[in-house]
Design a protein around this ligand. Sequence first.
Ligand code: ATP
Length: 235
Amino acid sequence: MLKLETVQSGYGNILAVKGISLEVNRGEIITLIGANGAGKSTTLLTISGIVRCRTGKILLNEEEIQALATDEIVKKGVVQVPEGRHIFPELTVQENLDMGAFLRNDTREVKKDLEYVFSLFPILAERRHQDGGTLSGGEQQMLSLSRALMARPKLLLLDEPSMGLAPLIIKQIFEIIKKINHDNGTTIFLVEQNAHQALQVANRGYVLENGKIATTGSAETLLNNPEVQKAYLGM
Ligand code: ATP
């Protein structure tokens, strides 16, 4: 579904992504793990067209998308949940969710999707008239994820959904990620520093080091790889 071919991108003189190639097949959960500053967020931002791909190709269902504007990429079903959540704090929960469906005009299906996200996160239904900014960190992550779901993504790009959250909430968020993939067949590309959690839910993974793919394999292979264990799993 998604293919990166020797993609380079960065900021000014800084090259953050240094020629990476990877593939995400339809229906998979793929994780990109790596340390702080390895280039994980930049990889996602490049797929979304927010940071420009300088060389290489990004293919979505065989079609090159690296030159498209972000809104065109979103219309093709690629939706990113940014790091640090970035909900609209002064809009209510309901209004935040409406923003996610902004590009859609299939009102009945939007209503169904709203019911679906409320079934995933009943707390958001309870707080639908409350301002987004009054929610806890975990609830804001739920809202950010739900807002992305309201765009009915085919490929969901998640940037560190576990960041800054308590262990119990992290567990809940990862269970929901698995459920979204299972219920709707949504393909998920998950960027995480929390390698342990990410590899529990992913089918396969890539390890990013200093802007380059250092190793790749099934989640099980990576979990049993001594170098991965030492560097990312604290073993
Ligand atoms: P983190 O887990 O901290 O988000 P990351 O693996 O996602 O790390 P990136 O955020 O992609 O890493 O950063 C890769 C490199 O690009 C780092 O050297 C970082 O300092 C640099 N960088 C990131 N954003 C910018 C920016 N807006 N301007 C300049 N340099 C940036």
